[in-house]
Design a protein around this ligand. Sequence first.
Ligand SMILES: Cc1cc2nc3c(=O)[nH]c(=O)nc-3n(C[C@H](O)[C@H](O)[C@H](O)COP(=O)(O)OP(=O)(O)OC[C@H]3O[C@@H](n4cnc5c(N)ncnc54)[C@H](O)[C@@H]3O)c2cc1C
Length: 427
Amino acid sequence: MHKGPVLVVGGGPAGASAAAAIAEAGLPVMLVEQRDQLGGAIHRQPAAGENHVWRPARHRRNWTELTARLRGSAERIEVRTQTVFLGVDGEGRFLFDDRRAGHVFAHRPRGAIIAVGAVETICPFPGWELPGVMTAGGAQVLLKETGRPPEGPILVAGSGPLLPALAAQLAKAGNPPVAVLERGRPWRAARALARLAASWAPMAEAAAYAATLAISRVPYRCGAVVTRAEPDGPGLKVGIRVGETQDTLRVRHLLIHDGIAPNRTGIPLPAPDAAVPVLLAGDGREALGADAALLDGRRAAMQMLARLGLAGTDASQVQRGLQRARGFQAALGQALHSEPVVPAPETVICRCEGRSCADLAALADDASPREIRLMGRFGLGACQGRFCGPMIAALRDRPLPAATPPRWPLRPVSVAALARLTDDETE
Ligand SMILES: Cc1cc2nc3c(=O)[nH]c(=O)nc-3n(C[C@H](O)[C@H](O)[C@H](O)COP(=O)(O)OP(=O)(O)OC[C@H]3O[C@@H](n4cnc5c(N)ncnc54)[C@H](O)[C@@H]3O)c2cc1C
């Protein structure tokens, strides 16, 4: 049998948890992360110095414990940061862009766990592509990396638990948003709220965010939808609808977010007959949140060990935890449910190629996903459909496929780095 390390792609909670569990079982691991530090979306580390961004104690504790486990098995885990997984080539070799060394290398692992997290989704409206509009997740990353909130009035809008979390972090960092606008109307979903209340850890976290917003006098308005954004001097004029009432807010930054979806663009999917077993883990498999990502990394590690004919630990406790997380996410989805808003024709869908809703509507009703890509030029830009794909799927009620089979490179790579391709095989 191939004796090389097990590959884990993604240094967030799922990937780190999988790497620790595999190393603890005695196998070598290569943990690849595109950023310069491990941490993923939730534990993103500051670019330099101290991290001033407030995070709930539970998440800090989880990450401290996980990094201690990684350190405890350090002799079996090779961590490669600033290394981007590019995909699998025609010969089944996994390809990576080592950005520190400036070259691409190929590697054939004995098994691979892909834990590349989620992408944010947004419900588009005219003007979402303007300077000053950013995704809430993108803004949170900046805040975590720099410790500084954006300057000037900020509006946070869309739907989901990230909105109050980010708003509270902005408030703690010294610039509370002018308002948080949630599209859903949770107070109308009493049953779903009752089911949520049974999960004390995330509810305690939500209560802490609510307390911070109350102290900072940040209004949390439900049933509120952003209808458009227009340039307004150095800032933005944002149209809002709450029920039948239209309103306008003038802000410097508009931070939008409508949930997350697994990041699957170009990712090799598990196939039972694959020469190298591939498993997905964490939000990249099923977006269930930070606590579940830790569990899911462990689940994937146990499954990988079993596939490799090693150890078969009882996974029932992990499965129960994942089932609970699934129930929580389902209740959250019901609590925050809102009717889809049909975007105006001029709304940009594909930011990379500047393609609008009208361009999408101009395609035949029965245009195949491939025709949407090739004739409509949707999903052909730098993001390769990672960002616009979910919007098109929602508007057309069918997915925009990534290139099939997944083509590499997943991310832009320099020709110079490709020309220095090395085979990094460990048999
Ligand atoms: C934008 C955003 C903000 C969030 N904020 C919160 C929050 O405030 N509170 C909360 O409880 N939950 C939050 N979540 C949810 C929570 O972060 C996730 O549930 C959890 O981090 C998922 O862990 P993961 O390991 O599956 O993915 P992630 O934590 O996303 O980790 C994936 C890792 O894979 C790396 N990666 C991706 N592609 C490649 C590649 N091609 N090559 C190499 N490495 C790659 C990424 O850099 C990243 O480090 C957020 C999620 C997102 C997307």
